[in-house]
Ligand binder design. Structure first.
Ligand SMILES: Cc1cc2nc3c(=O)[nH]c(=O)nc-3n(C[C@H](O)[C@H](O)[C@H](O)COP(=O)(O)OP(=O)(O)OC[C@H]3O[C@@H](n4cnc5c(N)ncnc54)[C@H](O)[C@@H]3O)c2cc1C
Length: 507
């Protein structure tokens, strides 16, 4: 038997749980949260690799409506963020709405009934509205390396760490030098016999000023809650001030680049290694990484940095693009996620029978990062061009939750109320007008032209296969908050289900 709900939220990371809290706050309780896994947490459940931690201070990387005075460190580790999300789930009474082991396999718009027909691994649902919060970084990507199937040892991705496989005394190959890899390298280096780092492009790395938050600070935050808000406000404000350098004046980032060079020079004395680790693109073009232990780890005698990336595997021999060979027992891929080709897009079938992936074949685009034309009453949290290079994604998620709440209010107003004896009552749906989606996207792409992500001389996961930046928001989080405060009905076509006649209802 299919369950019919007003709203189906997909995913139970920050986005999905935030949506669930917001729905309850709006007085909506007729909703489910469909999650393919067996617990909440999203990113912070799946990424449990050694050293996994947040790059944004905890007081900013948390919900504004659920401040935590007890964050133990300035930059929290994965286990504390995961515990925080479990706590949010309990405090806001979300458990009854959760449906675990319910992977969405297909959701199809039913134009007659004005609802979504959702097939999951845990059953079928109908929903008037879908809020898709499946995460931009939730489906790991392993590159197609020739000969990988000949490797006799263990292979896994950083986001699916195999904790049953002890790395002590093993020869480990780490492929990739992104945000996860630079946390993993210093965490496992002391334990392994040999660590070979396959680096395609070196990242810019700045020191991470991480410390434990003292008992006195925590007591202050507990006694005077406004001090937590103040702390959050300061962290937010500093990051807002940095945005212009990324979006309009990348030349100003030269000073930051100088500091990053000094950071490297302090830790890496060997000029040959320094040369390998020095990027040839403007800082900020790829995400600036924070670590005070990455460079020191790379100078240890059991670590080799191989440039050019992994190009072939021949049994237990790994071959780099520059021909260097290394023996390994374990390969760890820190090679990122399906970001601009997210698998969920293949599973959403819109009004004209096309999938979202087909509709996005020339690149992802969504009105205000949320609504795609031809996919009525479907919105995504952290959709196209909502990512940030320097601040907390929770700010963007909360902006999108404002938009979601107004969307649902508008739908309520637009629906025709039931007639006498509860009969009739045509429901409404909103479909983003293609002209509004294109106009929004044009504005975003125009602003993108001057940004460091497009002009900094790098290729990054921010860009899609056409070289278009469909992931990053080219402005401040304040601008995005203003742009998503309300749904502008002029940007949508209103669809209505034919109101049922009295005899149809009673028949
Ligand atoms: C290692 C790592 C570190 C990060 N560090 C930072 C940081 O420092 N600062 C920052 O701002 N951001 C960071 N991020 C980005 C992070 O992804 C976002 O901040 C945020 O957690 C995203 O939340 P989400 O709910 O949108 O997605 P996720 O947390 O990815 O949650 C998505 C959920 O959807 C579920 N799901 C996916 N597909 C389906 C399906 N078909 N059916 C049912 N369920 C499905 C998944 O199982 C998952 O639980 C980091 C990401 C990673 C991977």
């Amino acid at each position: 038997m299919a369950e019919h709900v007003r709203v189906a939220v997909v995913g139970s990371g920050f986005g999905g749980l935030g949506a669930a809290v917001r729905l309850r706050r709006e007085g909506i309780t007729d909703f489910v949260v469909l999650e393919r896994s067996d617990s909440v947490g999203g990113t912070w459940r799946d990424n449990s690799y050694p050293g996994c931690a947040c790059d944004v201070p905890s007081h900013l990387y948390s919900f504004s409506f659920a401040p935590n005075p007890d964050w133990p460190r300035t930059f929290s580790g994965q286990e504390h963020i995961r515990a925080y999300l479990e706590h949010v789930t309990d405090v806001f009474g979300l458990r009854p709405h959760l449906r675990f082991d319910a992977e969405v396999q297909r959701m199809t718009w039913d134009a007659q009934e004005l609802r979504w027909d959702i097939e999951t691994s845990g059953g079928r649902y109908f929903a008037d509205v879908v809020v898709s919060a499946t995460g931009p970084l939730s489906d790991p990507k392993i590159p197609d390396i020739p000969g990988l199937d000949t490797f006799p040892g263990k292979v896994f991705h950083s986001a699916r760490w195999d904790h049953d496989h002890d790395l002590t005394g093993r020869r480990v190959a780490m492929v990739g030098t992104g945000a996860s890899a630079i946390q993993i390298v210093p965490a496992i280096q002391p334990q392994v016999e040999r660590l070979t780092l396959f680096q395609r492009t070196p990242p810019w790395v700045m020191p991470r000023v991480d410390r434990s938050i003292s008992g006195a600070e925590r007591a202050l935050h507990r006694a005077l809650p406004f001090t937590t808000q103040l702390r959050r406000g300061l962290l937010w404000g500093i990051r807002e001030l940095q945005v212009q350098a990324f979006t309009k004046h990348p030349d100003q980032l030269g000073l930051v680049e100088k500091l990053a060079r000094q950071n490297m020079a302090r830790a890496v004395k060997d000029p040959a290694l320094r040369a390998k680790l020095t990027p040839d693109y403007r800082i900020g073009c790829k995400r600036i990484l924070l670590s005070s232990s990455y460079y020191p780890a790379l100078t240890r005698p059991n670590v080799d940095v191989v440039t050019g990336g992994l190009s072939e595997v021949r049994g237990s021999t790994l071959v780099a693009a520059d021909g260097t060979e290394a023996e390994a027992d374990v390969i760890v891929f820190g090679t990122g996620f399906h970001v601009t080709d997210m698998p969920i897009a293949d599973r959403v079938v819109g009004a004209d029978g096309r999938t979202l992936a087909e509709s996005w074949k020339d690149g992802m685009e969504a009105l205000r990062g949320a609504s795609a034309a031809g996919f009525p009453n479907w919105m995504t949290i952290i959709g196209p061009n909502t990512g940030l290079g320097n601040s907390s994604m929770i700010l963007m998620i909360e902006s999108q939750l404002n938009y979601m709440a107004d969307y649902l209010r508008q739908l309520d107003v637009l629906g025709v109320p039931p007639g006498p004896q509860g009969t009739g009552g045509g429901r409404a749906a909103l479909d983003a007008r293609p002209s509004a989606v294109h106009a929004w996207n044009r504005r975003v792409q125009d602003r993108m032209r001057r940004t460091v992500w497009n002009t900094g001389g790098c290729t990054s996961w921010y860009l899609d296969s056409n070289g278009r930046n469909t992931t990053i928001w080219p402005g401040t989080t304040g601008e995005f908050r203003r742009a998503t405060r309300r749904v502008d009905l002029a940007e949508y076509e209103v669809l209505r289900a034919p109101a049922l006649k009295k005899d149809e209802v009673t028949a």
